[in-house]
Design a protein around this ligand. Structure first.
Ligand SMILES: [Zn+2]
Length: 404
């Protein structure tokens, strides 16, 4: 068994040790030491990083068969004595999150009677899964409030070992999941849990505990939260973005909500006006387009090209023009939102999709699609309107002949 220095002193981030075995794990060089300050992944807490004699430690894990700790290295060590350096910033972050989790879990138990069934320190956020079907906002707030009070009271956090038989009398938050001696982590007069993780000395070191969100997950509720530096950095980032948005809207941060609501109202109004204007334009332009309809053997053909048209108008015009009878309608508009639309009225013996495909291949572009009665394709900005007009005229001649 490797002697686990992090249990005796979680702040010991520099240590010396003797190599017990140099081996490999899944093709990677690995080393077992007689003692280590490197925490292996487990119990929701990620493994430590750092170096052994300057060689980066990529992963630290407990070997299942015998419980020794494997340090996976970037390259073989080749030495008998090592100096290990644990990445203290990463470890302290894990200590803040882990002690914070014990406090928050106990807070949820006291405020809502909700037991924590799992815990995970992720790269971004920390999560706990609560055994509850529902979490009202007021309850989450009360748990957060209580957790932060315990932090600010700067209570002592201590650890000790007991035998399995002594566990009953300790009033632990949850039952231990391992056999043999049990390690107890206690937040003074608040929480006692079986835990093999690394913890801060006093709750004040946890720093702020902030719940971010919660959602139903399986039969329970998953709560995402941040502690310590993570919480502060999250606050800094959020506040920076808040100020940026306020500046964009020329509003104070307190008036942001009203500013966004005003924008929403304006947008709704602008959309309504646009829709009305489009309707007016369609009514205005339809008779002109109707007059352009020329007779062909299968009915009528309408072709028209605009230099530019607001998006949304072309499909509506094409459908309106083709709605009432055997009429083939080919409309196009250039500009940034250029579009080619083909619509076939009832009784047309060809499919809109096929016609679109033919025009597309003549012009040498791809994309778009549709059904037999309507098809459309975005026009690439490289297509010249003059070319388009020419090809549409040619196509119309062909169509007249083939349909006839
Ligand atoms: Zn724990």
């Amino acid at each position: 068994m490797t002697l686990r220095l992090y249990w005796e002193d979680p702040y010991l981030w520099r240590f010396t040790a003797r190599v017990v075995e140099e081996t490999t794990y899944q093709g990677q060089p690995a080393v077992i030491l007689d003692r280590t300050a490197f925490y292996p992944a487990g119990g929701g807490q990620p493994s430590d990083r750092g170096t052994l004699n300057g060689i980066p430690v990529r992963e630290v894990m407990e070997r299942e068969e015998d419980g020794v700790i494997l340090h996976l290295l970037e390259r073989p060590l080749g030495m008998q004595e090592v100096e290990g350096i644990v990445d203290g910033e990463r470890r302290f972050d894990h200590m803040q999150q882990h002690t914070g989790q014990h406090i928050l879990s106990q807070a949820f138990l006291r405020v809502a009677g909700a037991q924590t069934v799992s815990f995970h320190i992720g790269h971004e956020v920390v999560t706990i899964d609560l055994e509850t079907t529902d979490l009202p906002e007021a309850v989450a707030e009360a748990a957060e409030e209580l957790a932060n009070r315990v932090v600010l009271e700067n209570r002592e956090v201590r650890t000790w070992w007991v035998n399995g038989g002594e566990v009953e009398a300790l009033g632990l938050r949850r039952s231990p999941s391992v056999e043999g001696p049990i390690r107890i982590v206690e937040v003074a007069d608040f929480d006692r849990s079986p835990c093999g993780g690394t913890h801060v000395r006093r709750t004040g070191e946890v720093g702020p505990i902030k719940i971010l969100k919660w959602e139903r997950r399986g039969g329970g509720v998953r709560v995402s939260f941040l502690c310590g530096w993570r919480a502060l950095r999250d606050y800094q980032g959020k506040y920076r973005r808040l100020l940026q948005v306020a500046r964009l809207l020329s509003a104070g941060e307190a008036d942001l909500m009203e500013a966004v609501q005003a924008l929403q109202r304006e947008l709704k109004e602008a959309r309504r006006s646009l829709s009305l204007l489009q309707e007016l334009y369609i009514e205005e332009v339809l008779p002109t387009l109707e007059r352009k309809a020329c007779p062909v053997p299968f009915g009528e053909l309408v072709i028209h090209v605009w230099a530019q048209l607001p998006p949304g108008l072309l499909p509506r015009l094409a459908r309106r023009l083709s709605a009432s009878g055997p009429r083939l309608v080919i409309l196009a508009a250039g500009g940034s939102a250029g579009l080619l639309a083909v619509a076939c009225g009832p009784g047309i013996p060809v499919s809109a999709q096929q016609i679109l495909e033919r025009i597309r291949s003549r012009l040498g572009f791809s994309g778009g699609g549709g059904r037999s009665d309507y098809a459309q394709a975005p026009l690439p900005p490289t297509i010249s309107m003059a070319d388009l007009r020419k090809i549409l005229e040619e196509a119309s001649g062909e169509l007249t002949r083939s349909a006839g």
